[in-house]
Design a protein around this ligand. Structure first.
Ligand code: G6Q
Length: 532
């Protein structure tokens, strides 16, 4: 039997598995299925697994040569085969003195040079030695970028609010919808505003449109000569940056071996570094680097990203789960689900394997989430009583940055209670004992047996946030290896960049002949007519 057949057989067997009974029968269940690493505890005992399941999943990982795949990534091999690129976001946070080679060249000197450039610049903004064109201090920073050039800084700036310099106001403009830009500009004054144009390619329609609008706004107020003091760029494309009119002295570079959604660790993190300061930014890199070491060296049984990846692939591939929820019990982590949505769904939303063959098994799940306890008052209903199997990751810091009264105890009580309720459910007998009438019992019954991981972290700090993001990056990597897909390209996203470019001239030029299907033609015609 192949490992896939073994796992299928095991999944069938697990149809009769009951989590509540498993806990009742084995008081060492938590002991067996949890890992502690630094300030993190991963409790994965409330999953639809037994020891044999984990053994088989590990065997699967071994058959896929996960260990050597991990080494290949860290060693800078060109594992992004469709784009012939290395995948080295880990080099951006390499805090060891070890060199990392791409095409025979150690990339670390350049990585450190950019970090140093970011350090100088962010310090100058923070301490007021960098002034605007009229010699005023910068008070507002607008990061213009989208997707991977936006979501990381947005999420982390929010997550690390307690570490942000309160006199600096951070804004993030991503959408080409003029509202996004208009609302940011409304809050800013040209003399005290700095724009960071963040785009790996420096050709993305949304970002370049927003950047041009920002430039027009600024030069209208202060003149073209003011641009140099109010615009910097983060990009891999020096030629386009120059063309836009930004001094390359004020360009922060990165490289094509950093994927957009993995780019927060380097120059794309400039806005974040300005907000939290260099030392905190380095702490974030340290945390991620520590997680990298854990991922590289821990055996699979004690390896957090490996365990999360194996479980994720188990539910998607064998247990029929199509979606998956990430539920942080920390208001500062409110953008984490959106960030992970891109990380997971853009990386593993693939239906072609590494050999170019159509895949016959399910891959990347649909990820969603909201902070608790808010989500409890809306979509948790479906997780508790709906017809879908939705594995959950609960994430909670044990200490809050805002320990007011008993708020945090209430928050923590909720997260623990939710995982318990999903696991145990509530049966007829319990409902009867509570005095629930016979007619209502079916409605108030909870089947339980609904899986969750709980990740407890001492506190959300730059260090632990870095480790947490790296944990999920590596989890996604593990799943990609198990499914034999390239987690590092994104042709679906690139398609979107092309399509609008074709439609745009058709909307503005009403004489252009339309050659689409009847629906697309009609939509274009309607818009042309109404926008006269
Ligand atoms: C990330 C994606 C995508 C990308 C944006 C922005 O992995 O490829 O989200 O980051 O499309 O691209 P630019 O940085 O080139 O503007």
């Amino acid at each position: 039997m192949t490992i896939y057949q073994d796992l299928q057989k095991k999944a069938k067997e697990m149809q009769g598995f009951n989590l509540r009974e498993a806990f009742e029968k084995d008081n060492k269940r938590f002991q067996k299925f949890h890992v502690e690493w630094q300030d993190f505890l991963l409790d994965y005992s409330k999953n639809l697994i037994d020891e044999k399941t984990m053994k088989l999943l590990e065997k699967w990982a071994n058959e896929c040569q996960l260990s050597s795949a991990i080494q290949s990534m860290f060693n800078g091999e060109k594992i992004n085969t469709t784009e012939n690129r290395a995948v080295l976001h880990t080099a951006l946070r390499n805090r060891s003195s070890n060199p990392i080679f791409v095409d025979g060249k150690d990339v670390m000197p350049d990585v450190l040079k950019v970090l140093d450039h970011m350090h100088q610049f962010s310090d100058a903004i923070r301490n007021g030695t960098w002034l605007g064109a009229t010699n005023k201090r910068i008070t507002d920073i607008i990061n213009i970028g989208i997707g991977g050039s936006d979501l990381g800084p947005v999420m982390a700036t929010k997550a690390l609010t307690p570490y942000c310099e309160p006199s600096l106001h951070m804004h993030f403009v991503s959408n080409v919808d003029g509202t996004d830009m208009a609302e940011a500009l409304r809050q800013c004054h040209p003399e005290t505003t700095l724009f960071i144009i963040s785009s790996k390619t420096f050709t993305t329609l949304e970002t370049m449109t927003n950047a041009k609008t920002a430039r027009a706004w600024l030069s209208k107020a202060l003149g073209e000569n003011a641009i140099a003091k109010h615009f910097v760029a983060v990009s891999t494309n020096e030629k386009e940056v120059k063309k836009f009119g930004i001094d390359t002295e004020n360009m922060f570079v990165f490289w094509n071996w950093v994927g957009g959604r993995y780019s927060i660790w380097g120059a794309i993190g400039l806005s974040l570094m300005i907000a939290i300061g260099y030392d905190n930014f380095i702490q974030m890199l340290e945390g991620a680097h520590a997680m990298d070491q854990h991922f590289k060296t821990a055996d699979f049984k004690n390896n957090m990203p490996v365990i999360l990846g194996l479980l994720g692939a188990w539910y998607t591939g064998y247990m029929g789960a199509e979606s998956y929820a990430v539920l942080p019990y920390d208001q500062y982590l409110s953008r984490l689900p959106a960030y992970l949505q891109q990380l997971d769904m853009e990386s593993n939303g693939k239906s072609i394997d590494k050999n170019g063959k159509i895949i016959s098994y399910p891959t990347g799940p649909i990820l969603f989430g909201e902070p608790g306890t808010n989500g409890q008052h809306s979509f948790y209903q479906l997780i508790h009583q709906g017809t879908h199997l939705i594995p959950v990751d609960f994430i909670a810091p044990i200490h809050s940055h805002n320990e007011i009264g008993n708020h945090h105890d209430i928050l923590l009580a909720n997260v623990v209670a939710q995982s318990e309720a999903l696991m145990r459910g509530k049966n007829k007998k319990e409902l009867k004992d509570e005095g629930i009438s016979k007619e209502l019992i079916p409605f108030k019954t909870f089947t339980g047996n609904r899986p969750s991981n709980t990740i407890l972290i001492d506190k959300i700090t730059p260090y632990t946030l870095g480790a947490l993001i790296a944990l999920y990056e590596h989890k996604v990597f593990v799943m990609g290896i198990l499914w034999n897909i390239n987690s590092f390209d994104q042709f679906g996203v690139e398609l979107g960049k092309q399509l609008a470019k074709n439609i745009l001239p058709e909307l503005t030029d009403k004489h252009k002949k339309l050659n689409h299907d009847s629906s697309t033609n009609a939509l274009v015609e309607k818009i042309r007519k109404m926008r006269k």
